[in-house]
Design a protein around this ligand. Structure first.
Ligand code: HEM
Length: 413
């Protein structure tokens, strides 16, 4: 039996909801009490949800997929088949990763660096000289989304359509005012996701058909023509991978850029350090991924009764692995609230851990590094206007809008 016991009901941490909008505004300060007092927090019945927050515990959960499944039931996103490879458990999962890993290996993604640098500069060129920009709309959304279309070999004119689909799936933006009760609201959000899902599948079906007849040098063509265990992928498999790329690869980089720039804009010493010495930027990317952990938590489903810290999680319980709390755990990171661009070692788990660890981490790192290098070279002075009250979306922590005063306006504020 572990030294920790389930907390008596009514302790503050038992009411802890990591996806609450108020907590998302300033999450780090809430985590210590949760980790110390209630390392496994249960939410009230009937949901059977648990939140795990310490670094070693989160890694342990993620490294035991036989106990904690990633099946589609854990996070229904409005599609009928599992997302590949995210919602496939080992051992089947490994065969898809063997196919996809080489595409996202460091050497494979390095070839896009020059193109990415050029694109970031073109996006900065579009700032129209005004004293204020919305960093989210004008920079952190277009950078990863434009690069994604280029990698997939899809036309840039479809950017707006992709952004709409992405938001419909990830944010299901339905107005609560339009619905009488929560169940109607949930149904409407689900219908919106499903509808967007259908449109994405229809779009990709057509694009796949084109590549079948004419092979091109892009990711989609690779997926259509590659072989897995002596056969080509089925249409469904290609679609389930592409759908996941949209969900996994777009919002995450946008949110990371928002979190990083919001932090730097409010900590001028850190911003100036990067301007003065761009060699610090790769370390800054890692440290800001750790401290801000833009993907706050990921969910698993227990396959059998599992005991952790004296709490028995029943089979088929949802378990939220709170990556952000793990990445600010003093048991792993000395002085976790100090942001140190030269922190060594820095074994953060912003990209997850275990078999499902992020497929796109090298691509994400490249995009973030190039974006920070070029942005600081061109826009060395920036700050958040004093009147702005920044809010971050819960779950994947984007700041929309993210107003910035730039140039002289920043100096004078
Ligand atoms: C800074 C940006 C990013 C962050 C913070 C991030 C974070 C994560 C996390 C935490 C997971 C684990 C999910 C789980 O175990 O349930 C994951 C998985 C994944 N990510 Fe990323 N990601 C980022 C960028 C990207 C990009 C650019 C791609 C491009 C395609 C991508 C593709 C994927 C895929 C396909 C998976 C599923 C891997 C598997 O199940 O084997 N991610 N990501």
């Amino acid at each position: 039996m572990s030294q920790y016991q389930n907390p008596p009901s009514g302790t503050p941490a038992e009411a802890f909801n990591p996806f609450d909008a108020e907590i998302a505004r300033d999450p780090q300060k809430h985590f210590k009490a949760v980790r110390d007092e209630t390392p496994v927090v249960s939410t009230p019945p009937p949901f059977r949800n648990y939140v795990v927050s310490r670094y070693e515990d989160v890694r342990w959960v993620l490294k035991h997929p036989e106990l904690f499944s990633s099946s589609a039931e854990a996070v229904p996103i409005g599609q009928d088949r599992p997302l590949i490879p995210l919602q496939i458990d080992p051992p089947e999962h490994a065969k898809y990763r063997r196919l996809l890993d080489p595409l996202f290996a460091p050497k494979a993604v390095a070839v896009i660096e020059d193109d990415a640098r050029k694109l970031v500069n073109e996006i900065i060129d579009r700032f129209d000289g005004s004293a204020t920009i919305d960093f989210h709309d004008q920079f952190s959304v277009p950078v990863p989304c434009t690069l994604f279309l280029r990698l997939m070999g899809l036309p840039q004119e479809h950017l707006d359509q992709f952004l709409t689909w992405k938001d419909q799936i990830l944010r299901a933006d339905v107005d609560p005012e339009d619905y009488d009760d929560a169940s109607e609201l949930i149904k409407a959000a689900d219908a919106m996701r499903r509808d967007a899902g259908k449109q994405i599948y229809a779009y990709f079906s057509e694009a796949m058909e084109e590549r079948r007849t004419k092979r091109t040098d892009d990711l989609l063509s690779y997926l259509v023509h590659t072989e897995l265990e002596g056969r080509t992928l089925t249409d469904e498999e290609v679609l389930d991978v592409c759908f996941l790329f949209i969900i996994a690869g777009l919002d995450t980089v946008t949110a990371s850029l928002d979190c990083m720039i919001a932090r730097l804009a409010r900590h001028p010493d850190e911003r100036q350090a990067l301007v003065d010495d761009p060699a610090l930027i790769p370390g800054a990317v890692e440290e800001l991924l750790r401290y801000e952990t833009p993907v706050t938590g990921i969910i698993r489903l227990t396959t059998e009764p599992v005991e952790l810290h004296g709490v028995t999680m029943e089979p088929r319980s949802m378990v939220t692995c709170l990556l952000h709390a793990a990445d600010t755990d003093e048991r792993e990171f000395p002085d976790p609230d100090e942001v140190d661009f030269e922190r060594e070692p820095n074994r953060h788990i912003a990209f997850g851990a275990g078999p499902h660890r992020c497929l796109g981490s090298h691509l994400a790192r490249l995009e973030l590094r190039v974006a920070l290098e070029e942005f600081h070279a061109r826009v060395p002075e920036y700050t958040v206007p004093p009147e702005a009250n920044l809010a971050f979306t819960p779950g994947i922590r984007a700041a929309s809008p993210l107003p910035l005063l730039i140039g002289n306006a920043a100096k004078e504020s």
